[in-house]
Design a protein around this ligand. Sequence first.
Ligand code: IMP
Length: 408
Amino acid sequence: MNVVVIGAQWGDEGKGKMVDYLAREAQIIIRYSGGANAGHTIVIGTEQYALHLIPSGILYPDKIVILGAGMVIDPTALFAELEMLKSRGIDTSGRVFISDRAHLVLPRYIEIDKQRDKARKKPIGTTGRGIGITYAMKAERDGIRIADLDWKEKMDELEEEDRKFLAPYVDALKAMAIDLPSFLASHKNAQILFEGAQGTLLDLDLGTYPYVSSGMSCAAGAAIGGCVGPRALDKVLGVFKAYSTRVGNGPFPSEFDPQSEGELERFVRETGREYGVTTGRPRRCGYLDLVALRYACRTNSIDSLIMTHLDVYDTMEEIKACVAYRIGEKVVEDFPASIEALSMAKPILRSFPGWKKSLKSVRTYRELPAQAREYIEFIERYCETPVSIVSVGYEREETIIRTSPWTK
Ligand code: IMP
């Protein structure tokens, strides 16, 4: 069975924890998009791991993890991450593979990425990891892939500084390289988890363009970046937070108003630890945006939702969610493509009573306070999609499963 886990907001939804949790029942975990711009945090007991490139399933000793064809891989970041895992007692040998179709990020691209964003009239606020430039080189057909490391003519065409940079990594990269389609053909009965990075609203096609990343973070990206056809994907799970966050620039209709809701923003940021794992930047915070979440459900054909960070609201008297936008004179319930419209959009909020109780030890849906269930069930009705898992803390066990994702 093939299950896809994607971000249904602007990234940072808690995919790392959920992929780690769901990987328990998978044999293979494939990350299919993005690069070292991602930051997936996993907490196991007193240990915390921040992963950028390697799929979150690596923390189990017996899982195979694969960096898929849709990824852009910075060798320096990859080997630093492998080293970090080794130093913390995680044996990764023989179980980390890279699709030979994945592209490589070169230091030159990182520099151009930083300079170009700085030079923009309205910077995107990229993570400065060379992601956009590497995908642009790929689209220009000038990129360099893992498979090309064996192609003398191509290597000879590279600039001297690129060749020098790659030289110490070539053998180790080649040792991890696989032909993903044939690898999957020989693992036909495996349970495979496709791990998304970033989120739907940062997807190059579906997101708030141009304030997006450059990879395919949508569910369809799992097929392309995972080297399978769309019909091979059995289930799509969309992860979202009980509120919204965004890092970098771009429209965010349900963002807390710094004048009137500054206190609420500080509370959510501190309680939810809303600081970028990759860049350390404070994340912008806001109300749960149901207009955007329903858009994510529709565009990814999400089968069920995974709600995270519900516990952040434990002490709140009242909880609000955005159910429509006011754009000029109009009330809008569909997520607009126009950045101008999104930038003008004011959230129309619906209020829910808080539960004023710690959810940390809750393990079944029935044990949740009625107010928390009311909030969840409203979301289900609005998005016409069930919420199958609720996360109430960072630890693996702090998770409520309503329906196992591994059932068809
Ligand atoms: P890039 O991916 O570095 O080009 O950045 C483009 C935009 O996507 C910026 O606004 C980043 O802050 C955002 N972004 C990229 N990766 C992530 C992520 O993993 N979480 C949240 N935001 C991200």
